[in-house]
Design a protein around this ligand. Sequence first.
Ligand SMILES: [Zn+2]
Length: 265
Amino acid sequence: MPEGDTILRAARALNEALTGRAVTHFESVFSRVARAGNDLALRGRTIQRVEARGKHLLIWFSGDLVLRTHMRMHGTWHLYTHGARWRRPRSEMRIVIRTPEYEAVAFNVPVAELTSGAELERDESIRGLGPDILTDAFDATEAMRRIESMPDLDIGEALLNQQAIAGIGNIFKCETLFSSGVDPFTRVADLSREDIARIVERARRLMRASVAGRRLVFSVYGRGGRACRRCGATIARRKDGNDARVTYWCPRCQRRNVAANARTL
Ligand SMILES: [Zn+2]
């Protein structure tokens, strides 16, 4: 399940390999994208940059054309040198972009469209995105304001809400809340400003470490039923409605009475 850090790493690798190169081949199993690529003569255009915005990966082409892909749960971009064997079956291929040096392949990407830059900025899913936790220009105050504007959400849900703060997925939600000592099911309204500031700061620190290539040892994620590394209590797990996401937390280290708990951290 890709999160902002994974998508940012992919965008950086693609950006480095593809920027300034001409497209020599474009194909997609999405007929609308394939047709648009053909009609707009994508072949021959130069790739200007590749960037991540929240969970969207954007590939900009000369002439104000953008390929937007959204990773959702299973989407991923791979970069291959010509002739290299794909690490995913062809049946999972959704888009291929070839340049003289490389082949970029999107597998299992559920959402893709070719659009103009102006059109993209009008798109609600892009325009409404909260501050991106991984950008250098990340605006923590604005992220906090947006989280606080959703007082009835559990903090775990608020962290995943891309309109509040963009780029955090379920793994980092779980790990951030463990690191902050906050129960994922605490309502935003029941948290202090300091709690929210600490949570946002920890999320950013954890995710940026991951982007920098530091291997993270998960404290709670995927460890349901096992002993908490800090206190020995059994890690709890709970499946949420939507896309069968599983939340992991330590019932002892992560209390709802956050004000009391914070002092011990
Ligand atoms: Zn614990």
